[in-house]
Design a protein around this ligand. Structure first.
Ligand code: NZQ
Ligand code: ZN
Length: 388
């Protein structure tokens, strides 16, 4: 490990079939007014809404609702949520849903008492909150983002064609999260595999950087092997509890700051994917899948040794007698075949991207500098072109 770091993760987790009972322990810690935030209605169909409301009532909470949070939550919706939270004098924001609902809840939580324009402050200038933050708790219903145990909040400004994530500090992390793998059983297959790939991408974004011997990379390889195994089982039998629970737990550890410790990180698959989403509103994990192979083909020559290690330790490629680059490329081929087997979308055309959007997508791509090669605008354009 060569980096210096501090590590603290303040989110308390309740995991397993009885996890929702954790609300009985958590809710009494907060004031009476709860803003109940949720998405487009899946929780009303699968019974999670009723179960949560029953517990809120049992704990004598005043419930104020804020439903209709869309996938890729918009800044316009955040502004609506701010008003609702103010009107409710919310003491706690309870997010019941996937990453979009959790991210949205965090964006509202830091904006209710903020006197500046929240978009400019948090998503353009990347400043930390300087006001009171309303505590957030999560009941997770869809697995992938890691939002349940991190400070990430990804918001889309449709007017500006920007989808931007702010990784807030510890004070914005959920105070608690409820993780019941059974709550994810009703997630449609498209969303399930998209979430699985989101997890893989989070790990890879933190893995493909650095040349030192780093414990974080060994943790990442273990998480990847567990994810691949459980995903293979879950796509055959989505009701396999063991597989779904492993996927849920892997998602949490893939992006709760642990595996980035002592490292720089890449994040260009996400930057490219978010640019695609800013123009198409496509599902997050699918945007990542669609740019991954072209991006890693671009990156491989600059980090060949790490790609070869990935091939060997994660995909079981036998390196004996082969040049390093061949091993590295074989690893990518195996990953690509696995992605296709999962049913991921492998190009941005199928996500609604058109050639007319190319200039805009290039402009919307934030360039990060922690990986093996810092892209320039031309590199971004070429990788996006390869992704059509
Ligand atoms: O809105 P409802 O009706 O609830 O339906 C949702 C939504 O349509 C549905 N769903 C969720 N749980 C369900 C369910 N349907 C049936 N049964 C259930 N139990 O799934 C759809 C997608 O939900 P969404 O929350 O959008 O998915 P996900 O968890 O993948 O979140 C995606 C958002 O998180 C951001 C993404 O950019 C995107 O905006 N990310 C957040 C990160 C973070 N906080 O650190 C990092 C990630 O890289 C990512 O960028
Ligand atoms: Zn992601």
């Amino acid at each position: 490990m060569i980096g210096n770091f501090t590590y603290c993760n303040p989110t308390k987790l309740y995991f397993g079939k009885d996890a929702l009972e954790g609300l009985k322990e958590e809710l009494p810690k907060y004031g009476k007014n709860v803003l109940l935030v949720y998405g487009g209605g899946s929780i009303k169909k699968n019974g999670i809404y009723d179960a949560v409301v029953a517990l809120l009532k049992a704990c004598r909470k005043e419930i104020f609702e804020d439903g209709g949070v869309m996938p890729n939550p918009s800044y316009a919706k955040v502004c609506e949520g701010i008003e609702r939270a103010r009107a409710a004098k919310a003491d706690l924001i309870l997010a019941v849903g996937g990453g979009s609902v959790c991210d949205y809840a965090k964006a509202v939580s830091v904006s209710v008492h903020c006197e500046e324009d929240a978009w400019e402050k948090y998503f353009i200038r990347f400043e930390e909150p300087s006001c009171e933050i309303i505590p957030v708790g999560c009941v997770l219903t869809m697995v992938g983002t890691g939002s349940e145990m991190n400070g990430g909040s990804v918001i889309t400004n449709h007017a500006q064609k920007l989808k931007i994530g702010h990784v807030f500090g510890e004070e914005v992390f959920p105070k608690f999260s409820i993780l019941n793998p059974e709550f994810t059983y009703t997630v449609p297959r498209y969303q399930m595999v998209s979430g699985i790939y989101d997890i893989m991408s989070h790990i890879l974004e933190q893995y493909f950087s650095g040349t030192d011997d780093n414990t974080s990379d060994y943790l990442s390889e273990g998480l990847l092997r567990s994810l691949i195994r459980s995903a293979d089982i879950a796509i055959e039998n989505p009701l396999d509890y063991e597989a779904r629970s492993n996927i849920m737990w892997t998602a949490t550890w893939a992006l709760n700051t642990l595996i980035a410790k002592g490292k720089t990180t890449d994040w260009m698959v996400h930057m490219l994917g978010q640019a695609v989403a800013a123009h198409t509103d496509a599902t997050h994990g699918m945007t990542l899948a669609a740019v991954t192979v072209p991006y890693y083909n671009f990156l491989l020559p600059y980090g060949t040794a790490k790609f070869a290690r990935y091939a060997e330790n994660v995909w079981g490629v036998d390196p004996a007698g082969k040049p390093q680059e061949e091993v590295a490329r074989e690893g990518l081929r195996r990953m690509q075949a696995w992605m296709q087997k999962l049913g991921l979308v492998m190009n941005i055309t199928d996500l609604g991207a058109t050639r007319e959007m190319l200039d805009g997508m290039v402009k919307s791509t934030l360039i990060m500098d922690g990986g093996y090669k810092v892209m320039d605008e031309n590199d971004v354009r070429n990788v996006l072109l390869q992704s059509f």
